[in-house]
Design a protein around this ligand. Structure first.
Ligand code: ZN
Length: 372
């Protein structure tokens, strides 16, 4: 399902809003209308209070989009393609191709977003100070409302700046730390060091959050998970660097037909001992599915003679070309939550093998071991 709507294009980059953003449009104005410091709880007229709160919400997300555009602008100068920027409930996500393992590039790209937030924050603070003085002198409520709006924007942008520089993944600060280490040691070790620091910060925040605020506990949890994910992903992409699907796939593919019974299938499985089998249509000989031992386990013993392969097979089969990068196979397997990919030849389109999650994770373990 497509959960994002494109609202426009900036620098050729599609800007999208996620459906969770609709919740923000209701929730944030309510929060801002009740909050006296960053919000407008002190504005007496109801319509004005809600209007200002809604404007602040929209401007807040404009600032988040500008933060992401900051990252994107610098990333593009390093030749990285930015597919889109999506605004979600917690902020923005810039979907870009993998950042090359160039510490200088990563450092600059990571700092660009918080840099934009800081500049907006300082700019709003200065305009606020000017307007605030005018408002006090002239006693005009319009100017005082606008100056309060600027004050809120200044606060929010400085918070965005600070929050994003927390030195932990998935925050920009985590990337800054990694880049700093990576200028001094191999990339994988730099990532592990940065992840370790991030986890320590998350634990400290969590312990503090237990006594101080449930929100802090929630953020700490989010950081801890983000740090672990980054470590796993980097480990996989570094250790699988240069490895092709070709190198890891099982070549000796055994086919089964869709009209075989489970009993017949099990006999093939015990003989071949493969992890997965492409299923072909008995008549057309075309691949119509994939079946693995896990699919059979749910069939009770007394049904082994009546249930057919086509009843238990997975029909949603994904395939990859044999000259593709192994890390891309891992990405596909993780995104689609599947166990195997069918491997095809790029030119002929013929099936040349099967690659499984286990093939990939095992080689990460073996290859990664030598780097420890
Ligand atoms: Zn950022």
């Amino acid at each position: 399902m497509n959960t994002s709507i494109q609202i426009g294009k900036v620098m050729g980059i599609p800007i999208k809003i996620h459906i969770s953003f609709l919740l923000v449009l209701i929730l944030f104005p309510v929060i801002f209308s009740r909050e006296p410091t960053t919000g407008f709880a002190n504005v007496e007229q109801d319509p004005l209070r809600y209007a200002l709160s809604l404007i602040l919400t929209l401007l807040l997300f404009l600032c988040v989009a500008l933060h992401e555009l900051g990252h994107s602008w610098v990333a593009r100068r390093y030749g990285i393609t930015i597919k889109s920027i999506t605004l979600i409930i917690f902020g923005g996500i810039a979907a870009m191709d993998e950042v090359p393992r160039n510490p200088d590039a990563e450092l600059r790209i990571s700092l660009a977003g918080p840099g934009v937030s800081l500049v907006i924050g300082v700019f709003c603070a200065i305009v606020y100070l000017i307007l605030h003085n005018i408002a006090q002198a002239s006693q005009t409520s319009v100017i005082s409302d606008v100056s309060h709006l600027l004050w809120s924007l200044a606060t929010i942008n400085i918070m965005l700046f600070g929050f994003n520089l927390i030195p932990a993944f998935p925050m920009d600060g985590g990337r800054v730390v990694r880049a700093w280490y990576a200028q001094r040691m191999p990339y994988l070790r730099a990532t592990r060091k940065a992840v370790h620091l991030g986890k320590m910060i998350a634990i400290l925040m969590g312990v503090f959050g237990l006594f101080a605020s449930i929100w802090l506990l929630f953020i700490a949890f989010f950081i801890y998970i983000g740090a672990s994910e980054e470590e796993k992903f980097t480990e996989a992409s570094v250790t699988l660097e240069g490895v092709k699907v070709n190198d890891l796939m099982t070549r000796d593919v055994a086919y089964v037909t869709d009209d075989m019974t489970i009993l017949e299938l099990l006999q093939v499985m015990f003989g071949k001992k493969h992890r997965a089998y492409p299923v072909i249509d008995h008549f057309t000989r075309e691949v119509v599915g994939m079946v693995a031992f896990a699919d059979v386990q749910s069939v009770p013993m007394d049904k082994h003679n009546s249930v057919l392969v086509r009843d238990v097979m997975t029909t949603d089969i994904k395939s990859i070309f044999d000259d593709a990068d192994a890390v891309d196979a891992l990405k596909m397997i993780s995104i689609h939550r599947i166990g195997h990919l069918l491997v095809k030849n790029r030119i002929t389109g013929a099936v040349t093998g099967i690659i499984s999650r286990t093939d990939l994770t095992r080689s990460i373990e073996v290859l990664g071991y030598s780097e420890r």
